[in-house]
Design a protein around this ligand. Structure first.
Ligand SMILES: Nc1ncnc2c1ncn2[C@@H]1O[C@H](COP(=O)(O)OP(=O)(O)O)[C@@H](O)[C@H]1O
Ligand SMILES: [Mg+2]
Length: 361
């Protein structure tokens, strides 16, 4: 697309025979906030560093605003970076840290002074210019690292786990501040994280990676509600997996026959053929649990194995007649269902997703 700020096309990074990044493609539109999300070691940092220019791709192409930058040095790409360890110069003041990149570019004193003032104001640290990094909290230091990146007015901001060194409360506050700032400045942002809450709450779209490959690219809601693979369903939130075989497909629906012989009807998102081995997925909060009989379609029966009370939420584990264990999460409850009680479960077709059972899955 012509208005794509970042275009990554089939990039590969080999270390010896290992493919740390294995044919990854995605785009980030102008002003968009996109996250790379995945477990440790899946290739997020390597991907970001190839876009930044610190790592040379073995294959593939990277474009920034349409310009091929695949083999350009970092300083020729007009990108801003913020890393996990803020990497501030300890002996320089906040203002000197923010000014650093501008000085390297040979800007005039008065230009630098204005830009530093502006950056400090944007990150909420006006008046802190004369302090040393060690006189600031962790959150303030991370904001300085952000200010230093913003002062260069990059076309694109790249961030690698910028909040993961902060404690939880600060991380949540900074997450909101960062997102608010990014939206206000309409700053194209590519954000690396292994934290699904960060990715879901901040991003316009999320690129989910596993073992160097892209599993799914989707908006947060779609990712959670319609995971394309078992990996995504398992990595983002909690999912119940019910194994069965596809039967009676058509009209956007697919039937799933469980080991117990019971049938579930579900929305068909991914094409599956009659007789295919499949998984039906349902989120615990979508499972309706009842201590009295439910009739109609898509009702399963089982017994409560375990109930866990968390105040606002009650979590049940139910052993279904099929042998599967199903988790159910109840938010509005007036009574408890005891262990070993028989229960009826309803899983509505629109809340069930059916995906093929992959080789390893
Ligand atoms: N310079 C390197 N030399 C060899 N292997 C590397 C190098 N950098 C990263 N790797 C490997 O590439 C894989 C992906 O690493 P990385 O991109 O840092 O993952 P993530 O950021 O998702 O945790 C890992 O298995 C890592 O050990
Ligand atoms: Mg990393």
């Amino acid at each position: 697309m012509p208005d794509d700020a970042i275009q990554v096309q089939g990039i590969v990074k080999r270390y010896g025979t290992m493919r740390a990044v294995d044919d990854v493609s995605f785009t980030v539109a102008q002003g968009e906030f996109v996250s790379l999300l995945g477990p440790s070691g899946c290739g997020k940092t390597t991907t970001l560093r190839m876009i930044a220019g610190f790592v040379d791709p073995s294959e593939g192409m990277i474009r920034i605003h349409g310009r091929d930058v695949t083999h350009l040095p970092p300083e020729k790409r007009n990108l801003g970076f913020v890393f996990q360890n803020y990497a501030l110069w300890p002996h320089m003041t906040v203002a000197e840290n923010v000014a650093f990149g501008l000085k390297l570019r040979g800007k005039s004193r008065s230009f630098i002074r204005d830009k530093v003032e502006e950056a400090l104001s944007v990150i909420g640290l006006s008046g802190y210019g004369d302090r040393l990094p060690r006189q600031l909290s962790g959150g303030q230091q991370q904001r300085v690292a952000l200010g230093r990146a913003l002062a260069l007015e990059p076309q694109v901001l790249l961030m690698d786990e910028p909040l993961s060194n902060l404690d939880r409360a600060l991380r949540v506050t900074m997450r909101r501040e960062l997102k608010e700032l990014q939206a206000r400045m309409r700053m194209t942002t590519l954000y690396v994280t292994h934290d699904q809450e960060e990715a879901l709450s901040m991003s316009n779209r999320v690129v989910i990676m596993s073992k160097g490959r892209v599993e799914q690219i989707a908006a947060p809601y779609e990712l959670y509600e319609s995971p394309a693979t078992s990996f995504v369903a398992d990595f983002v939130g909690i999912t119940n997996f019910l194994e069965g075989s596809a039967t009676g497909t058509g009209g956007g629906f697919v039937g799933v026959k469980l080991a117990s012989g019971q049938m579930l009807r579900a929305l068909a998102r991914t094409p599956v053929a009659e007789g295919d081995a499949v998984r039906a997925l349902i989120r615990p909060e979508r499972v309706t649990l009842s201590a009295t009989a439910l009739d109609g379609d898509n009702v399963l029966t089982g017994r409560v194995m375990l109930s866990e009370y968390f105040g606002a939420v009650l979590r049940y584990s139910v052993r279904l007649d099929s042998g599967d264990v199903l988790r159910s999460e109840v938010h509005n409850f007036d009574s408890f269902i005891g262990n070993d009680s028989p229960v009826w479960i309803r899983a509505l077709p629109e809340h069930l997703r059916v995906i093929p059972r992959e080789g390893q899955g």
